[in-house]
Design a protein around this ligand. Structure first.
Ligand SMILES: Cc1cc2nc3c(=O)[nH]c(=O)nc-3n(C[C@H](O)[C@H](O)[C@H](O)COP(=O)(O)OP(=O)(O)OC[C@H]3O[C@@H](n4cnc5c(N)ncnc54)[C@H](O)[C@@H]3O)c2cc1C
Length: 480
């Protein structure tokens, strides 16, 4: 009897998964597979924190599939070759999968689709990760959008967002399963124990995603517009890694956060309230990456390719390690290292500090984030970094430079966030906690800070750093 192959990619869930729905509709026995093909990831091979997540997410998916009578087949290598081998061995006639929108992911699926045509296999692909496929919404002139608000308005005007499917798919297993690797054989976990903090902070997988959504909707959503900028609170949904790996669909989030008339105002239901709009920013990031694929490595605003970035190895290292001497920057970088995630406001502050006060290129920052974030996502990371560096779409102008002291005092006024991540500053009085180098020698001593501590001598003078950044920007403009 013929079979259907379900190729899992970044859609590691059972609910609201169009590929599984399609397999159900075909009514044939199913072989679910995951292919590990790191050589096909191009210049952005999966980073360490994401690999940790993937390991656990695959374990969770494998358990969920067992619960509906299916066994996840794991293979590693070249996707065309592995899929061809499985299809030939199982005499499959159908392949279903979710689309990816990263340049390399699209190349991969084009190669697979072309091979399926050669083999005479019915091949169907679906958008399971976005509310709007990037091809779907274009400006009145037929060009891609470069500004968020008109983009998002056009999306919401174009059609209603479908409700997610709520039932688990009814699928039957194939009589004979192809051979499978064990998840451990993919060697995704780190060999040294740097991921312990990540393990304590997260529950990868579909159940973890649903729990996070329910908790957020029940206790945080109503206050989101006030709490989302305060890094000491759990004031955001923390759904980003679940969304990245497709453990939850944006439609499932939309249904709970934008469509629930019991909990939200009319504004929320139209998608223009704060939280649903954030989901819109993710859609915008994908729209940009799809239409301007070069931006994953190069600035959208091409004049920035002449920006005089500096190579400053020790400053970069201090930034990565959270020892620049600027408490809000260091707290963010240490949070990132410890839990594989950083609050959005702090991402903006640390990124601005790197590209402006230190004049280190956004690509270097993006690489570090890529390796250390559990939600590392090529579209959102590119948008975030280019936005801060002023070289992307709808970006903050380069000459608007965040002062990390003032940002800290504004968004972490009592210093709770900074003290949580920087034990050296636990005893620092509130007045100095964002500018400890100005504290009295007695206060510095009570925190055990020596004269060599970055909190007494930070790595850069803020005013000098700012002036140098503005000069660099000016020199770029003169070179055009
Ligand atoms: C320099 C920089 C790099 C970033 N890199 C990434 C990245 O690699 N992966 C990633 O998912 N996000 C990235 N972001 C965006 C944002 O910081 C995170 O999505 C957010 O902090 C995730 O936490 P949350 O789920 O609690 O967000 P919430 O505030 O609860 O938002 C809900 C969801 O909306 C989406 N979202 C929110 N803000 C943005 C945004 N600015 N851009 C795109 N999507 C957004 C995310 O999917 C998020 O999960 C980056 C931002 C900056 C400034």
């Amino acid at each position: 009897m013929s079979t259907t192959i379900v190729w899992f990619r970044q859609d590691l869930r059972l609910l609201d998964n169009p590929s599984l729905r399609a397999a159900e509709a075909l009514g044939l026995p199913v072989i679910p597979i995951y292919l590990w093909a790191p050589k096909e990831e191009g210049s952005w091979p999966m980073g360490g924190a994401s690999r940790w997540w993937l390991h656990h997410s695959l374990s969770a998916l494998s358990e969920s599939l067992k619960g509906i009578g299916l066994s996840l087949i794991i293979r590693a290598g070249n996707s065309v070759q592995e899929l061809t081998a499985i299809i030939k061995a199982s005499k499959a006639k159908h392949l279903v999968f979710s689309r990816r929108y990263e340049p390399e992911g699209m190349l991969q699926e084009r190669a697979v689709e072309s091979q399926m045509t050669t083999l005479g296999i019915d091949c169907q692909s679906f958008n399971s990760s976005l509310l709007f496929d990037p091809r779907e919404v274009m400006s009145g002139k037929g060009t891609p959008f470069k500004v968020f608000t008109p983009f998002w308005k056009a999306c919401l005007k174009s059609r209603l967002i479908e409700l997610p499917t709520i039932a688990k798919p009814l699928l039957k297993p194939a009589l004979r399963s192809p051979s499978s690797l064990k998840i451990e054989q993919l060697d995704l976990l780190p060999r040294i124990h740097w991921a312990d903090g990540i393990g304590k902070a997260w529950v990868p997988g579909e159940t973890g995603a649903q729990t996070s959504l329910q908790v957020f909707a029940k206790s945080v959503l109503d206050e989101y517009s006030e709490t989302r900028n305060l890094p000491s609170l759990e004031g955001t949904s923390r759904l980003s890694p679940h969304l990245h790996f497709g453990e939850i669909s944006p439609r499932q989030i939309w249904e709970v956060t934008a469509e629930n008339p019991m909990t939200l105002s009319a504004q929320s239901r139209t998608g223009m309230a704060t939280y649903p709009k954030e989901i819109g920013w993710r859609e915008f990031a994908y729209h940009l990456m799809f239409h301007f694929p070069f931006t994953t490595n190069k600035p959208l605003r091409t004049e920035f390719s002449k920006f005089p970035w500096k190579t400053r190895k020790s400053a970069l290292l201090a930034w990565e390690r959270g020892s620049t001497g600027f408490p809000i920057v260091d707290a963010g970088m240490r949070q990132l290292w410890e839990m594989g995630w950083m609050h959005n406001r702090v991402r903006m502050i640390v990124a601005s500090f790197l590209v402006k006060h230190l004049l280190i290129s956004w690509q270097q920052g993006a690489k570090w984030f890529w390796d250390t974030l559990v939600d590392a996502d090529l579209a959102s990371n590119t948008l975030g970094w280019q936005w801060v560096a002023g070289c992307g779409a709808d970006a903050a102008p380069y000459f608007r430079i965040f002062n990390p002291v003032l940002q800290g005092e504004k968004f972490d006024p009592d210093g709770r966030y900074v003290r949580r991540w920087i034990p050296e500053l636990t005893k620092m009085p509130k007045r100095w906690v964002h500018r400890p180098w100005e504290a009295s020698p007695a206060d510095q001593k009570s925190c055990g800070l020596s004269r060599k501590s970055p909190y007494v001598s930070p790595i850069v003078d803020l005013r000098e750093g700012r002036d140098a950044a503005l000069q660099a920007y000016q020199s770029m403009k003169e070179r055009r």
